[in-house]
Design a protein around this ligand. Structure first.
Ligand code: ATP
Length: 321
């Protein structure tokens, strides 16, 4: 079988600002046509990595290949293939949406009717047709984000790099953004989308790339991450007695791990054994006076997988110390 085609290939990438090692030694390959969530805490190195992919920042060391092209040796060829959506963008306040897109379409060397058609297409795709005469300084955050996406799509790039696109958007604007990303994914574009909020990306992404302190800590499909590598089942338990009591009980019982306490109960991870272990856990809870009103098996969430990953990482760091 042929290897899947690689859209973005990064090898041993490093970038330091003064004493800060923003990107320590990052390597990954992104499959063509995948929608990859690039997840990491604030300061993990996401923006620096993406700016290097977008040819806006030079790495200190390492290699970047976009559609096979060396991004350091031939940045112009790479720019033709990528659309960059930064978390904030220069607004050119005195322009309308249409003027702004027309300006960038000229910069991409579209001419005459072809230029007008292209601007009309991206306006329509991003739902901005009715706002095209509006001045850019009058746009909401969500409208601004769509304009930024429209600009990035003008030259119909194969790859889109979106840095924290959902940050600061209200729920309606998030849904609109999610729909646009889904359509772009279905069109076969390769998307790399950063966020420090895992749930923002969970529904959109086929793949997940986790970065922590300038290093990749996991890269794989979202489904395999949710399935996990270890045998623990997740249960949501709701009680009419105080959830904190059940939380304390859980921490005192071997084989049961408290994931979180919520307003109506707790979420627990229980070692997978034979089924009798599960029914035994429920029986012990009831025998010890916890009024369980619901005991329900749940899908592993991406957040659970992430917490596991970070836990393993911290464990291995402690072993090294
Ligand atoms: P966030 O989610 O907060 O945007 P991030 O994962 O995108 O974070 P980066 O913006 O890449 O992280 O920053 C990584 C580290 O490099 C941080 O410690 C940051 O302060 C530092 N850094 C980034 N850019 C610069 C710069 N131009 N000058 C100095 N330090 C920088």
């Amino acid at each position: 079988m042929n290897q899947p085609e690689i859209a973005i290939s990064v090898t041993n990438l490093k970038r330091t600002f003064g004493k800060v090692q923003a990107v320590k030694d990052v390597s990954f390959d992104i499959r063509r046509g995948s929608v990859t969530g690039f997840i990491g805490a604030n300061g993990a190195g996401k923006t620096t990595t993406m700016r290097m992919l977008a040819t806006l920042e030079q790495p200190d060391a390492g290699e970047i290949r976009i559609c096979g092209i060396d991004a350091i040796a031939d940045p112009n060829a790479v720019r033709a293939r990528i659309g960059w959506v930064p978390d904030d963008f220069g607004r050119y306040e005195f322009l309308t949406i249409w003027e702004y897109l027309d300006f960038f379409a000229r910069a991409f060397d579209f001419k005459g009717q072809e230029r007008r058609n292209r601007v009309a297409e991206v306006l329509s795709f991003t739902g901005l047709v009715e706002l095209q005469e509006r001045s850019i300084d009058k746009l909401s955050k969500g409208q601004g984000q769509r304009l930024c996406l429209a600009r990035a799509l003008l030259h119909d790039p194969e790859i889109l790099l979106l840095d924290e696109p959902a940050a600061g958007l209200d729920p309606k604007a998030r849904i609109e953004l999610k729909n646009l990303i889904r359509i772009l994914g279905q069109e076969g574009k390769t998307l790399l989308i950063s966020s420090h909020i895992l749930t923002e990306l969970a529904e959109m992404c086929s793949d997940m790339l986790f970065i922590d302190a300038g290093k990749v800590i996991h890269h794989g499909s979202a489904d395999s991450l949710k399935r996990g590598t270890h045998a623990k089942l997740i249960y949501n338990v709701e009680t009419s007695t105080p959830p904190e009591d059940l939380a304390t009980w859980a921490t005192l019982n071997p084989g049961i791990e408290l994931i979180e306490t919520h307003s109506r109960g707790v979420r627990l991870a229980i070692e997978e054994g034979d089924v009798s272990l599960i029914s035994d856990t429920l029986r012990r809870m009831l025998n010890e006076g916890h009024q369980v009103v619901e005991f329900r098996r749940e899908e592993r969430r991406l957040e659970d997988a992430f917490v596991d990953l970070i836990g393993k990482l911290e464990g291995s760091r402690e072993e090294q110390d």
